[in-house]
Ligand binder design. Structure first.
Ligand SMILES: Cc1ncc(COP(=O)(O)O)c(C=O)c1O
Length: 342
């Protein structure tokens, strides 16, 4: 068996999810008649302390629909340079939404208020007025770093002063919630909208949820339809989401423990890891001087039964998840450390 550390998206639905999907009560969600979708949306809104929520096909669609619902073509958003919305969503910010993305270098995934204030564009005949500050919690490309409640409060105060909203790409918001030991609702309180993914650490086969005010979600429902994301008997997928919200959140702590064990093992094995940056279920490492070429290293890892994506800018990312046990972690430490030596 391969130890697949490429992403937490490789997780498979649990037997309980499969059962719930098979038995789900369904209807045509376009007519508002799918009770299981409605239950998922109510429950997600409740967990996040928001008025309403919308079931969408993916994190990307959640972010896209959030932007479409809260901006107009010719507006701008401010985001962190390595965030998912800017780097990995096929440019929908400009290609679909017609927005100007203003990217800032963050500090450990955090936009700095002074920098945001300096680039924020006000209402004027000349400017692409800034409507949203987009934050990512946890931050994928920076190794799963969390934004805490105090930071969110500061950003809310800033956004209010600047007259813009806050969207959180919370694909892994429950990882942040578990790692920080605070309810997800506390992390969502200061956001106008938040997307979270069901199909990552929560192990669902499909889906994400966008949450916000009743009015924002009413508009988002239209926008979802506009981009082809309307659902019919969506309850079959929503059923897995309901199981995930009941059973898969608190267990994320296990993934975080595994990430720490992995990180510490890799340091012992001679890899370069910033242990202070291991906060949730991701470990980023770099190769020391004299290490084999990346293609060779990747192949050696594979020979040692470890799957990992190729590095980006010299950073290798490993992600722990439901399908990975402690024995897998120990085997991975052994294989990756051995790949250094040959
Ligand atoms: C931070 C973040 N946001 C959004 C997404 C997009 O999610 P999806 O793959 O469901 O479109 C991802 C996917 O990895 C992500 O890591």
């Amino acid at each position: 068996m391969m130890i697949d550390l490429r992403s937490d998206t490789v997780t498979r639905p649990t037997p309980e999810m499969r059962r719930a999907m098979a038995e789900a009560e369904v209807g045509d969600d376009f007519y508002g008649e799918d009770p299981t979708v409605a239950r998922l949306e109510r429950k997600a809104a409740e967990i996040l302390g928001k008025e309403a929520a919308l079931f969408v096909s993916s994190g990307t669609m959640g972010n896209l629909v959030a932007l479409l619902s809260q901006t107009r073509m010719g507006d701008s958003i401010i985001c962190e340079r390595k965030c998912h919305i800017f780097c990995f969503e096929k440019g929908h910010v400009s290609a679909v939404c017609g927005l100007l993305p203003i990217c800032l270098e963050g500090d450990r995934g955090r936009l700095e208020p002074e920098k945001v204030e300096a680039v924020c564009l006000g209402e004027s005949p000349l400017y692409a007025a800034t409507r949203l500050i987009c934050l990512e919690n946890t931050h994928n490309m920076l190794g799963g770093l969390c934004l805490d409640v105090a930071y969110m409060r500061r950003m809310r105060n800033l956004a209010d002063r600047l007259g813009c909203g806050i969207h959180v790409d919370g694909a892994r918001i429950f990882n942040a919630s578990v790692a920080l030991g605070v309810p997800a609702a506390d992390l969502a309180r200061d956001a106008d909208s938040l997307t979270f993914c069901l199909s990552k650490g929560l192990a669902c086969p499909y889906g994400a949820v966008l949450a916000g005010s009743r009015e924002m979600i009413r508009i988002a429902r239209f926008k979802r339809h506009m981009v082809g994301g309307g659902l019919r008997q969506g309850g079959i997928m929503a059923a897995a989401g309901l199981v995930a919200l009941d059973t898969m959140i608190s267990r994320l702590a296990e993934d975080h423990d595994h990430a720490r064990r992995l990180a510490e093992g890799l340091v012992r094995g001679g890899l370069i890891v910033d242990l202070g940056a291991v906060e949730t279920n991701m470990v980023f490492f770099r190769l020391p001087d004299g290490a084999p070429e990346p293609e060779v290293f990747l192949q050696r890892m594979k020979d040692g039964k470890v799957l990992c994506n190729p590095p980006r800018g010299g950073n290798w990312r490993l992600v722990t998840h439901h399908g990975i046990g402690q024995a897998d972690i120990d085997q991975a430490v052994h294989s990756i450390s051995s790949a250094l030596g040959g």
